[in-house]
Design a protein around this ligand. Structure first.
Ligand SMILES: C[S@@+](CC[C@H](N)C(=O)[O-])C[C@H]1O[C@@H](n2cnc3c(N)ncnc32)[C@H](O)[C@@H]1O
Length: 258
């Protein structure tokens, strides 16, 4: 399996932003039976976060779904918060999210590189977050960034959160090498499930993000930890094999020190 994986992953564009946009430009189906690896097609995972979100995020503030992809979690957030904005580095992801969210009157979308210097302040201004700031929801994004980009993104989140915003994150935290990871997701010597193959051939190899990575990216000198724990990140149930669609994950709720 290793030579095949190496061959496939060599085709991914080296520029990460271009890789994401090319990936999203090629997606033709989302939701149940769709092509997106991290899309379970169900709101089951989100419902597991709901109590924690309602406990910690001030509903008077907008919620920014950072790295929203095709917007499935943005739409779920819009079901429980009055105002949600999904942002993603990929214009094709944003276009898709917008098209799929036409009936969600309280969800809006914008293309933003959230690792770019000044992106947090610029977004806060464009959504009129004011000094109180915005809440942030982020799922499956930190683990695809290298440590320097994680730090840059977190600085933007700190500015975006302003005086009253809170950050909720959920990330995959699989402990194992790339072959163990793709095997967990259903790859065998006989074949690779289509959504997984699309991700391998088009995207940078993901890392993992757990308590250690969170402590480094959101240091205790600047962030208060309100809650954290284990979660299962639910992915596309393409193989039908029980458990293969669930990746061990980590969630945390943090707030800038004020
Ligand atoms: C694994 S997907 C998760 C999408 C979505 N959060 C979800 O859970 O369905 C990671 C997303 O992060 C976006 N992304 C990657 N780098 C980014 C950046 N620098 N700024 C904003 N979004 C980014 C990608 O385009 C992609 O949509």
């Amino acid at each position: 399996m290793i030579p095949r994986l190496v061959r496939l992953s060599r085709r991914a564009p080296k520029d990460r932003h271009q890789a994401w946009d090319t990936y999203w430009a090629g997606i033709t189906a989302t939701g149940p039976g769709g092509e997106v690896l991290w899309d379970s097609g169900s709101d089951h995972e989100f419902l597991g976060y709901k109590d924690s979100l309602l406990r910690h995020l001030d509903p008077a503030l907008p919620v920014v779904d950072t790295g929203c992809g095709h917007g499935s979690f943005t739409r779920a957030l819009a079901g429980i918060f009055p105002r949600v904005i999904g942002v993603d580095v990929s214009p094709h992801a944003v276009a898709r999210a917008r098209a799929e969210s036409a009936v969600s009157g309280n969800a809006a979308f914008a293309a933003r590189d959230m690792t770019a210097e000044g992106a947090g302040a610029a977004l806060a201004e464009s959504i009129n977050a004011g000094v109180d700031g915005a809440n942030v929801f982020i799922r499956g994004v930190l683990h695809v960034l290298d440590p320097a980009h994680q730090i840059a993104l977190v600085e933007n989140l700190r500015l975006l959160a302003g005086r009253r915003g809170t950050v909720f994150m959920a990330e995959t935290n699989f402990q194992g090498n790339p072959v163990e990871y793709v095997s967990h997701l259903g790859a065998t010597t006989r074949g690779i499930p289509a959504p997984l193959e699309l991700a391998i051939r088009g995207l940078p190899m993901p890392g993992h993000f757990g308590p250690e990575e969170r402590e480094r990216a959101f240091p205790a000198s600047a962030w208060d930890l309100l809650e954290d724990g284990h979660v299962a990140i639910e992915t596309n149930p393409v193989t039908g094999v029980p458990g293969q669609d669930r990746v061990p994950g980590y969630y945390a709720v943090v707030r800038p020190r004020r």
